[in-house]
Design a protein around this ligand. Structure first.
Ligand code: ATP
Length: 221
């Protein structure tokens, strides 16, 4: 499994209802921190572990497309919407491995809040055979140095996987966990939806062009 200097790509899954600067800044900083070639944004069609999104998958994907259009490393990947059914990350990772080739290293980007619940994901042990995890900081959620915040089975699974050097990520194709101390932006889609519904401004929380699409389509009101 060990190879020298393999290329890395980022996989950023989410409901993106809607995408916001919290996501975009995390993606930008992780690209820079670990030298990713691309960041694939994959909006879930039907997220498995939460209430149904307020907005249709097509609108959520369109907002992502508009929000990332100025960044040549950002890519919209609509496979989970097109696949239909419940959107499991494991299915997308299997497909991407097939398509991009075994020598590309998939780096799954995830906020601390979501990583803490990884043991609720479908086939979660197997995810470590397909990708590395790159954990982003998120206000209100702390990954303590002893990792006691993780449920026991997840903590045990992770125990031999933590690495602190980017080079380690390039030397093996999957199974490692790397934490990036990204800028803490206390932005959530929940707050954005609530503010729009209340007629309040969300300017500077999401890109203007994305906001124009939301307003023109009368979303979240
Ligand atoms: P909601 O408020 O609807 O739950 P959200 O803002 O958490 O949405 P998601 O699309 O559910 O956004 O998140 C997708 C991924 O992005 C998750 O891994 C989540 O941890 C991460 N993420 C979302 N917002 C931030 C943020 N402000 N900082 C760091 N990571 C974030």
């Amino acid at each position: 499994m060990s190879k020298s200097k393999l290329p890395l790509v980022g996989i950023f899954g989410g409901t993106f209802d809607p995408i916001h600067y919290g996501h975009l800044r995390v993606a930008e900083e992780i690209i820079e921190a670990i030298g990713l070639q691309k960041m694939y944004f994959i909006p879930a069609g039907v997220p498995p572990l939460r209430h149904a999104p307020i907005t249709s998958p097509q609108h959520r994907a369109e907002i992502v497309r508009i929000a990332i259009q100025d960044n040549s490393r950002f890519v919209l990947d609509e496979r989970e919407i097109n696949r239909g059914g419940i959107s499991y990350s494991i299915d997308s990772l299997y497909e991407l491995k097939q398509e991009l080739g075994k020598k590309i290293v998939l780096c799954f980007v995830i906020g601390v809040d979501a990583f803490i619940k990884l043991d609720e994901w479908n086939n979660w042990h197997e995810l470590f055979n397909l990708c590395h995890f790159i954990i982003a900081a998120r206000p209100g959620h702390v990954l303590t140095s002893n990792h006691d915040v993780l449920p026991k089975e997840l903590k045990d699974e992770c125990s031999r996987r933590w690495v602190s050097s980017v080079d380690s990520l390039r030397n093996t194709t999957s199974g490692l966990i790397f934490v990036v101390p990204t800028t803490m932006l206390d932005i959530s889609a929940t707050v954005i939806r609530a503010r729009i519904a209340a007629g309040k401004s969300v300017r500077y929380l999401i890109p203007d062009a994305a906001l124009n699409h939301i307003a023109a389509s009368q979303l979240y009101i």
